[in-house]
Design a protein around this ligand. Sequence first.
Ligand code: G3I
Length: 357
Amino acid sequence: MTFNRRTLIGSALALAACDGRIDAAAQPTSRGPAPALRDLAPFPFGTQLISDELSIPGVADLARRHFDQVNTGFELKMEYIVQADGRLRFDGGDRLAAFCRANNQVLHGHTLVWYADQPAWFERLDGSRRAFEAAFDGYISEVAGRYAGRARAWDVVNEPVTDEGSELRESLWSRNLGQDGHFVRAFEQARQADPDAILFTNDYHLESNPTKRRTFLNLVERMVRRGVPIDGIGTQCHVSVDLPRGALTQSMRDIASLGLPVHVSEFDCSMIPDGVFPASRRDRETAQIRLYEEALESYASLPAAQQYGFTVWGVRDAESWLRRTDYGGDASDTPLLFDDEGRPKPVFWSVAETLGG
Ligand code: G3I
């Protein structure tokens, strides 16, 4: 009997239905129970969580059933951890770490240093070189050290390249420690704090902006040549339905050419096109399915040693950052695998088939 995707999924569903393994997150549908994506994926398959979401009925069940990796969307960032008086807050990160441990999931820490996170506690040290260095080193040492043995990996420096793509960003960190200096220091401090953690740098629009991709990869190559302990590359992949066919494949190929582990770290596919695109919802749903498939297939084509993981940036559409109008989002957007009620969408079934294949 030859196993094809449908047979594989069908038999898994039949077995699950027989022995009552169908749990609340299995969402029996007209197609039968939704298969656990983490069991189908040939590589770690993750999601992004904020600990408050674990209190939303059904979200924790979906997160534990379908994903074996959790990327922290907010609570391991400075904006959450660093309080006005300099004290550090860890309740959110600890809750996510406990959830991962309880569900045999990998915790991916996001992110130690980000141009967009410049807490007042650090800004008051702006220009005081020695004090700034000590606070920077101390922060990374305390945070990465606290999660040693609990976080498998860290996004150490997030989004180092400008939107336009030809330059490295200026920030509070680069201003006080140097453009290369802050990057080198962050990775060296993280390595010292947790020698076993896999250390990433992570950026977005690498698939839609070849200039940015080249600048980012040149930075990584230069740092690796300097002996900076960069272990992996994160490509966020926040895409929209009008991304041209083949862009994700080409980007994955270029990123993988450095030979490092690759993390598709924040995949979502907005139904709101960046440019001009057919207005029909059906056309946009078809395009969304195609882009999820292309991303997964190009990722699955990487050597196994480079498949660190594929992370979807959230569980239900309802909690997606793309819905946040204060973030320039659109309340009608549906970028993820599960709808507002946590039901699997057509794109979920396509992803299940692609993963199972
Ligand atoms: O949890 C608090 C809540 O208690 C409070 O009432 C509310 C009012 O301000 O804020 C809530 O925290 C918000 C948090 O998301 C959880 O919803 C923060 O203000 C808000 O800044 C935070 O936004 C996150 C954003 O990064 C900034 O950290 C988004 O969830 C997260 O999806 C987004 O993720 C980024 C990646 O880090 C980098 N790549 C782009 C990606 C999307 O912007």
